[in-house]
Write a protein that binds this ligand. Structure first.
Ligand code: NDP
Length: 389
């Protein structure tokens, strides 16, 4: 019987890679229950037709009208707006890939979590903005959370193979992004420079996050919730070749790692196929052809985002939510060429400092409304700080 699959954010980089694996699978192995997008009606309609999707949802109203026109005469059901994205998460599916970018993915992903089935989690911002609430809902529904971020997938694989007992620390590897050269003037970095990632091909927001090292900061918070470890037991090491995807150190000094070519289809296949492994077309790792594997400490003076994320995690409460919302605003402004590269971390730091003065900053929020409210107030603050730059 075909496995029912939903992909939230199917028109993005992770969504497309997931569909690529489904396309290569045996006919009848998978059935697409629902696909979603924000504005890209053209790609969503093409996917819906190719994969005979039962339901498609698009956030943007104007794109929704275009989507309806493109799918006229087909049997695909169409929904438009935020409620439709949530409906996509609620529709029965045995596996949901959560691959929307940013906090916008929270409600649809929670809807999928509430079904209690398998959820592949790429949308790390869900855990950053609502980690406690998200993990409570996972525990309540019994959903199986399968990390898709390559680092967390690596740690998940290690912990599944080896007892999680006796773990001393998790070691997240980071490519370090395109600006590792310490002589590179970060103030002069252009948008085009920042969009050129040396090892991974990804959507634009995560590519900028990788360049500022905020991506590693978000991943640190994600790892803390996923693997229930405090910040002090999670280290970050720069590894420019992106071959070792992360490691687990045990109390006896053993370090276990997962290696592979830098291609997201490996962790996606792991989550999609779990508990079985799937064939992928990923380039096989040939260790004899590697010129070397290098590792060094991140420079948090040059890349303050990682330090800001660690501080936000340690502050607890709504700290990570504020960090995430401020970063989403700053990255969106940088992608519009309205602020400089170095302004991104600056805006996040300044927004955190302002928001920390609010009485509800330090308190944990256990409701979606509380999280969304803090997220919206943070965005207003970040925008007003940007106007003063
Ligand atoms: P992309 O930007 O490529 O795609 C994002 C997807 O989300 C698209 O389908 C997009 O629709 C949709 N989307 C964007 N904004 C909204 C919104 N406001 N409401 C609803 N849908 C929206 O992102 P990636 O695939 O690169 O990343 C997805 C997630 O996976 C992120 O959380 C990222 O951090 C994580 N991740 C990505 C990796 C990668 O290799 N790309 C690696 C590890 C993690 P549309 O096309 O219409 O804009």
């Amino acid at each position: 019987m075909a496995r029912r699959i939903t992909i939230l954010g199917s028109t993005g980089s992770i969504g497309e890679s997931t569909l690529d694996l489904i396309r290569r699978a045996a006919p009848g192995e998978f059935q697409i229950a629902a696909l979603t997008a924000n504005t890209n009606s053209e790609a969503l309609a093409a996917q819906a037709i190719e994969f005979s999707a039962e339901f498609v949802a698009i956030a943007d109203a104007k794109a929704g009208a275009d989507l309806r026109a493109r799918l006229a005469g087909t049997s695909v059901n169409i929904g438009v707006g935020e409620e439709a994205l949530i409906e996509a998460g609620q529709r029965p599916a045995e596996f949901t890939m959560a691959a929307i970018i940013g906090a916008a993915g929270l409600k649809p992903t929670l809807a999928a979590v509430d079904q209690g089935n398998h959820v592949g989690l790429a949308n790390k911002e869900c855990l950053v903005c609502a980690g406690d609430l998200f993990m409570q809902r996972v525990a309540k529904s019994g959903a199986k959370l399968l990390p898709v971020d390559s680092e967390h997938n690596a740690i998940f694989q290690v912990l599944e193979t080896e007892q999680p007992k006796g773990v001393r620390r998790l070691i997240l590897t980071a490519s370090g992004g395109p600006f590792l050269d310490p002589d590179r003037d970060l103030a002069a970095v252009t948008l085009a420079d920042a969009l050129k990632h040396p090892t991974w091909t990804m959507g634009s927001k995560i590519t900028i996050d990788s360049a500022t090292l905020m991506n590693k900061g978000l991943e640190l918070i994600e790892a803390s919730y996923l693997f229930e470890r405090p910040s002090s037991e999670i280290d970050v090491v720069i590894h420019p070749q992106s071959i070792i995807h992360s490691m687990v150190e045990y109390i006896d000094g053993s370090v276990l790692a997962q290696l592979g070519s830098p291609d997201m289809r490996t962790p996606i296949a792991y989550a999609l196929g779990w508990p079985k492994r799937m064939e992928t077309p990923v380039e096989r790792l040939d260790l004899t052809k590697l010129s070397g594997l290098t590792f060094f400490e991140p420079n948090t003076e040059r890349f303050p985002a990682l330090r800001l994320a660690r501080d936000a995690l340690m502050a607890g409460g709504q700290g990570p939510n504020v960090l995430n919302a401020a970063n989403e605003v700053a990255v969106a402004e940088f992608l519009q060429n309205r602020i400089a590269f170095t302004d991104i971390s600056d805006v996040v730091a300044r927004t955190l400092a302002v928001m920390a003065k609010n009485a509800d900053f330090a308190a944990r929020s256990d409701t979606v409304e509380g999280i969304v409210n803090m997220d919206m107030r943070t965005r207003v603050t970040a925008h007003s700080l940007i106007h003063t730059l």
